[in-house]
Design a protein around this ligand. Structure first.
Ligand code: ADP
Ligand code: GLC
Length: 483
């Protein structure tokens, strides 16, 4: 703890966290923020469901909570270390011990997700208010996304003196549950009204958290503003506006222990000062993807394949880009129609476009290391992490001008180039015409070796670590505890 005075105790509650389980950026953030907060003087424990295989990775697992009936079956919580992190894992076989991912199996959502994540939130409130066997209690409960959304409500129901923060990583996922599950989720009928749990006739666990929490944090300042408007608020804009003074945006960081091109075991190391090996990483990547007809910039995408990510826009934007010499390597999985669309694109442009369907952490590192550019054409993006990995790995980000993408990339306008500030390319509106123009600009910039190298260097030297965010969260928690 670097000799700092203990400021307080934080229980971080999420459905995924690195290094135990990851499907997207939430896991990166829930995994990295605790260490950064620890350096600020907070003691942080992270509560997760014990999905299959997770409990075995806990060192020194000690039982700190048990129940005979956690939403329909027995459960216990194990406390222990995974690497440097303090984790609490909820073992509840009837809820979490099953094949598939954290949210879905066999191509469909687990039907009891409302109970599975209400249970996570319930246990969070229990542990936070000191009901565990080791007497630990939290000063602040930090709930991430809809899966932890009921935790602030359960704290309130218990009149617990624990401050709560509702973290929004993506307001598109709202935890919608049919109203007839109210009692099963251990919620009170009198709380089911428009000003609290009710949302268009259903329950929304995210809305519950937005109303009940003491503070609300989104993962970038721009997204905090965007979600006050209907285009981005996705129905919850009124709630966000209502809680306006409690809402702030704190930009995510990048975990330097995992994303450092000078010390990354998956690649040939390089840095801004010693960039030579970047070219060898590029050559390897081209060979790995069979991209032998690329003469211009090599762009990569590492992404969930969903409508949010705007990947469909590439169908129209790619032909012009590859005709100008560009190449494209894509790694991702998600909606079958998008996977097929991307595979079709690769088939039409053999040697210039290649697609890998799947999830592959090591390959993603090789892609950022070998790429000239990273594309993020998202329709909305609360923060976005891959554009930041791109910056650090010398891959120029080409991003939609939205949310956290806007907060992390400085567009190569003539003015920004003149003062030596540009780090990438942003485009708006998010459509295939604007994306095509951005890719044309990419080809132009890539041809100007001097400007290109300067942009690359700036990105690689930028400070994207967690320290600034941790200070902001620390101030927020301090403020809550002073109330
Ligand atoms: P989101 O959380 O909306 O998916 P982010 O950009 O915040 O978007 O985070 C996505 C994270 O998941 C990044 O760490 C990215 O590298 C990783 N990722 C996404 N798809 C894949 C994949 N197919 N293989 C490996 N890593 C992936
Ligand atoms: C969500 C968002 C993404 C953000 C991540 C981590 O998955 O879609 O933009 O980077 O959470 O906060």
């Amino acid at each position: 703890m670097a000799g700092k005075r203990l400021k307080g105790r934080v229980l971080s509650v999420a459905s995924e966290a690195v290094p135990l389980i990851k499907t997207g950026g939430l896991a990166d953030v829930a995994g990295a923020l605790p260490a950064a907060l620890t350096a600020e003087g907070w003691q942080v424990r992270t509560l997760l469901p014990a999905y299959p295989g997770l409990a075995g990775r806990l060192a020194g697992g000690k039982i700190v909570w048990r129940s005979d009936d956690l939403f329909g079956g027995p459960a216990r919580v194990l406390a222990g270390k995974v690497e440097e992190g303090d984790f609490l894992l909820i073992e509840a076989p009837h809820l979490y011990d099953r094949p598939g991912g954290p949210y879905a199996g066999g191509g469909r959502d687990h039907p009891d997700n409302p109970e599975r994540f209400a249970a996570l939130s319930w246990v969070a409130a229990e542990i936070a208010r000191g009901q565990g066997l080791d007497g630990w209690r939290a000063d602040v409960l930090h709930a991430h996304d809809w899966q932890a959304g009921l935790a602030p409500s359960y704290l309130k129901m218990a009149s617990a003196r624990v401050r709560s923060v509702m973290g929004i990583h993506n307001i598109a996922f709202q935890g919608i549950v049919p109203a007839d599950r109210l009692a099963r989720l251990r919620l009170r009928a009198e709380d089911f009204h428009q000003g609290y749990l009710e949302y268009w006739g259903n329950i929304s666990t995210l809305k519950a958290g937005l109303i009940a929490a003491d503070a609300i944090v989104t993962v970038s300042p721009s997204y905090a503003e965007e979600i006050m408007r209907p285009e981005f608020g996705m129905g919850l804009e009124g709630v966000i506006a209502f809680r306006g003074r409690a809402v702030q945006g704190i930009l995510n960081g990048v975990d330097a222990a995992i994303w450092d091109p000078a010390a990354d075991p998956h690649i040939l190391p390089f840095s801004a000062a010693r960039p030579e090996a970047k070219a060898a990483n590029r050559a390897r990547l081209l060979a790995e993807f069979g991209l032998d007809a690329v003469t211009g910039p090599l762009a990569v995408i590492v992404s969930r394949m969903t409508h949010q990510k705007g990947i469909d826009l590439l169908a129209d934007a790619t032909p012009g880009f590859v005709a100008a010499g560009g190449g494209l390597a894509v790694l991702g999985s998600g909606d079958p129609w998008l996977e097929e669309k991307m595979q079709g694109l690769a088939a039409r442009h053999a040697g210039k476009v290649a697609v890998r369907i799947g999830y592959d952490e090591a390959l993603s590192h090789r892609m950022f290391a070998g790429a000239d550019a990273v594309l993020v054409p998202s329709r909305f993006e609360p923060c976005g992490l891959t554009q930041m990995y791109g910056l650090l790995y010398g891959a120029i980000p080409v991003v939609a001008a939205t949310g956290g993408l806007n907060d992390t990339v400085i567009h190569a306008s003539p003015a920004a180039l003149a003062v030596g500030a540009a780090t990438g390319i942003t485009f708006h509106p998010v459509d295939s015409l604007a994306l095509s123009q951005a890719l044309r600009r990419l080809v132009q910039l890539h041809a100007d070796r001097e400007v290109w190298a300067a942009m690359q260097g700036r990105g690689m030297r930028s400070d994207l670590g967690w320290a600034a965010a941790a200070r902001a969260y620390s101030r927020l928690y301090d403020g809550l505890l002073a109330q």
